[in-house]
Write a protein that binds this ligand. Structure first.
Ligand code: SAM
Length: 255
């Protein structure tokens, strides 16, 4: 490989249902990038690391309660088997080990971007009530959630995380500009989109967009992006406003 060439972004998925992969990641942009070698996918079947003849991977929770918990010895053996030979026990920062869990820090575009700059990611998918905490602590696993709701397993969450990262790899999305303008890139939701026909069911496309005047289009889009963010995401809006105030050295009262 010469200095300009980038090794394929290496994704490893540890799961009790490896047959769920690549699933949707084998289609469209991510699927094409996988076929083209921009990223690689390896799955590890956690059940293969069970130690008894029944291939048991879970057990009842200490302290009682409903459901079952994935055993630390089984999960740890699967992690060990997936660990690149040149990395320490915590897998290293350029190929972090992530456990998908509603208890994790919520995934955002900034973290997806950081991950895309690395050389890959190992993703651990939970089932049942989740994974014994000791293995997460021992392996210094990063806990990531995809939102404040509960899925039945980590696999759909892993697909979401991998898709968000893979589309940021160089060359996967045709135009770098379409990434730059997307929601969250400037701390705002994106502006609304319109295409042909220019009049549909009596509804016209906003006049600014067909004006042919680039500055007007830009101003309209910024205004709509700001309005959507203010109305729908007060959390993002507050951060965006704070950023403007800081950047421009303005007193918030006057902005
Ligand atoms: N008992 C867990 C709790 O209340 O936090 C939920 C376990 S859930 C039924 C089973 C698995 O689905 C989890 O171990 C995790 O891997 C995955 N999962 C569920 N919701 C998720 C979310 N919002 N983000 C990421 N992973 C999720």
């Amino acid at each position: 490989m010469d200095g300009n060439e980038r090794a394929a972004f290496a994704v490893t998925v540890l799961s009790l249902f490896p047959e769920m992969f690549p699933g949707p990641l084998g289609c469209s942009l991510a699927g094409k990038a996988l076929a083209d070698g921009a990223w690689s996918l390896e799955t590890v079947d956690i059940r293969l690391f069970a130690r008894d003849k029944h291939r048991t991977v879970d057990d009842a929770p200490f302290g009682g309660g409903a459901g079952m918990v994935m055993r630390p010895d089984v999960v740890d053996a699967a992690i060990e088997a997936s660990r690149p030979a040149d990395q320490g026990a915590d897998q290293g920062e350029d190929k972090p080990l992530i456990y998908l869990t509603p208890r994790g820090r919520v995934l955002d575009q900034g973290r997806a971007r950081e991950l895309a700059r690395g050389r890959g990611v190992t993703v651990l998918c939970g089932r049942f009530e989740g994974v014994d905490q000791r293995v997460l602590d021992r392996r210094r696993v990063e806990e990531v959630s995809i939102g404040d709701f509960v899925l039945s397993g980590g696999e759909p969450a892993a697909i979401v995380l991998i898709d968000a990262v893979v589309r940021l790899l160089p060359g996967v999305v045709g135009s770098a500009r379409s990434l730059e303008e997307e929601s969250f890139e400037r701390g705002l939701l994106e502006y609304p989109h319109y295409t042909r026909p220019r009049v549909w069911e009596g509804e016209e496309v906003p006049e600014e967009l067909v004006s042919g005047h680039h500055a007007r289009v830009r101003a309209w889009r910024l205004e709509r992006a700001e309005a959507a963010t203010r109305d729908r995401r007060p959390d993002l809006w507050a951060r965006y406003r704070a950023g403007i105030v800081k950047k421009e050295g303005l007193d918030d009262e006057h902005h």
